[in-house]
Design a protein around this ligand. Structure first.
Ligand SMILES: *[C@@H]1O[C@H](CO)[C@@H](O)[C@H](O)[C@H]1NC(C)=O
Ligand SMILES: *[C@@H]1O[C@H](CO)[C@@H](O)[C@H](O)[C@H]1NC(C)=O
Ligand SMILES: *[C@@H]1O[C@H](CO)[C@@H](O)[C@H](O)[C@H]1NC(C)=O
Ligand SMILES: *[C@@H]1O[C@H](CO)[C@@H](O)[C@H](O)[C@H]1NC(C)=O
Ligand SMILES: *[C@@H]1O[C@H](CO)[C@@H](O)[C@H](O)[C@H]1NC(C)=O
Ligand SMILES: *[C@@H]1O[C@H](CO)[C@@H](O)[C@H](O)[C@H]1NC(C)=O
Ligand SMILES: *[C@@H]1O[C@H](CO)[C@@H](O)[C@H](O)[C@H]1NC(C)=O
Length: 346
């Protein structure tokens, strides 16, 4: 499994960057308090979605790719980085998509040295490439332009999607076949946005529209790539709806609070950050009763529910496959049956 993305998927890569805490680190208490009992750099009280899906697949929890300790690259690598953007101009501090792609190429070279060309190709064909990308780009866009037209939004979405498409095709060219795309979250419903836009409870509409435009465009591109590229298989995970539903109807899913963050201060516990020594913040006593851990990120308990949906959910949450089906898929058999179809079509 190879993981690309932002803070939603980062297992602590940012710990190894020479950046300040405000530029994107979560390496201080109370982060990590629930499961690890120390701050790992994950933007959560515990495990995150890629940890759960790795466990479901029988793989170990993620170590950051930038961790200099020895890696078992045979199980994959996690390149995700809090604050990571698709567009390089949006955040100079963390690992943007082109940098993450560069690391992946580095891994392909290392694997080729270790296994040889043919076994590496086999490994790359069978691996899942899971990504959570775009959220930071849209938050950046929103903070610099609150009064935008739909066509300006669509133009921006097209640039982000163009770059994601380009990166996906590069991974395909290197041998990747199984892609798991997680949609951008409900950006207008997270505590930080509600606080910034002085919401009286409701989600911020234009960020919801922007996220929806992105998610629709991504689903369309994935569908087109499957038609265009032989052996390309994918899933779209509707993180947006699943998380929004929990934020709006917390009791339905075993939570008590869907609007305020567990950790933080001020309106929605999202005006001052969680755990910064210089600022006042509150910490809830039971994070599993909260949908959101901090101003932007779900709790471990919420992530565990979402990861379960991604892994074996029904077709209204993850389509055309769920992750278990994608994982079990025999790509070589798929490719040869496609070739047979082509022959019989001819
Ligand atoms: C880390 O960043 C600071 C500020 O940008 C810089 O002064 C320092 O030289 C950097 N340290 C390393 C090891 O790169
Ligand atoms: C938002 O855009 C509209 C139309 O372009 C304009 O009339 C209005 O003054 C703008 N509002 C702000 C706050 O910039
Ligand atoms: C990728 O993003 C850059 C801006 O960072 C943009 O100029 C370029 O057109 C985009 N590429 C595609 C294929 O959309
Ligand atoms: C992606 O974009 C880069 C730079 O714009 C270009 O060199 C590369 O060929 C593109 N890759 C694909 C697969 O289109
Ligand atoms: C929210 O309220 C504050 C304080 O009244 C104000 O300064 C700020 O401009 C408001 N923000 C928005 C997006 O309306
Ligand atoms: C998914 O797996 C869990 C156990 O891991 C099980 O409880 C649940 O019923 C499964 N859901 C579906 C839709 O198969
Ligand atoms: C998806 O379908 C299942 C049953 O097929 C249902 O229980 C669930 O509420 C649906 N989820 C959404 C997000 O619509």
């Amino acid at each position: 499994m190879f993981v690309f993305g932002d803070s939603v998927f980062d297992p602590g890569n940012n710990n190894f960057l020479n950046i300040s805490v405000t530029q994107g680190k979560a390496n201080f208490p109370p982060y990590g308090e629930t499961f690890f009992h120390y701050p790992t750099g994950r933007f959560c009280d515990g495990r995150i979605i890629p940890d759960f899906t790795a466990s479901f697949a029988g793989l170990p929890l993620w170590r950051p790719y930038l961790d200099p300790a020895n890696h078992n690259l045979l199980v994959g690598a996690n390149f995700a980085s809090g604050g990571a953007c698709v567009l390089v101009e949006n955040n100079p501090y963390t690992l943007n998509l082109p940098i993450q792609l560069g690391f992946f190429k580095e891994v392909v070279n290392l694997l080729t040295q270790q296994l040889g060309e043919s076994d590496t190709k086999q490994l790359l064909r069978e691996a899942i490439y899971i990504s959570s990308l775009g959220g930071v780009d849209y938050m950046t866009f929103a903070s610099s332009s609150s009064n935008v037209t739909e066509s300006e939004m669509q133009e921006y979405v097209n640039i982000v999607i163009g770059n994601i498409t380009n990166a996906t095709m590069e991974i395909y060219k290197l041998g990747g076949r199984k892609f798991a795309f997680q949609s951008v979250g409900p950006l207008g419903c997270v505590p930080k946005t509600k606080a910034e836009f002085n919401s009286t409870g409701e989600c911020v509409e234009f960020l919801q529209i922007l996220a929806t435009m992105h998610n629709n465009a991504l689903a369309k591109v994935a569908e087109e790539l499957e038609i265009r590229l032989s052996g390309f298989k994918y899933l779209m995970f509707d993180f947006f709806t699943s998380l929004m539903d929990r934020a709006n109807n917390p009791e339905k899913y075993g939570f008590k609070v869907g609007d305020n963050a567990c950790c933080g201060g001020g309106a929605y516990h999202a005006q001052t950050a969680c755990g910064w020594l210089t600022e006042e913040y509150e910490l809830c006593s039971d994070p599993s009763k909260f949908v959101f851990w901090d101003a932007l990120h779900p709790t471990e308990y919420c992530y565990s529910q979402l990861a379960q949906l991604l892994w074996n959910g029904t077709g209204n949450v993850t389509w055309p496959l769920n992750m278990k089906q994608l994982y079990d898929l025999d790509i070589d058999a798929e490719i040869s049956s496609q070739d047979i179809d082509l022959i019989s079509d001819a």
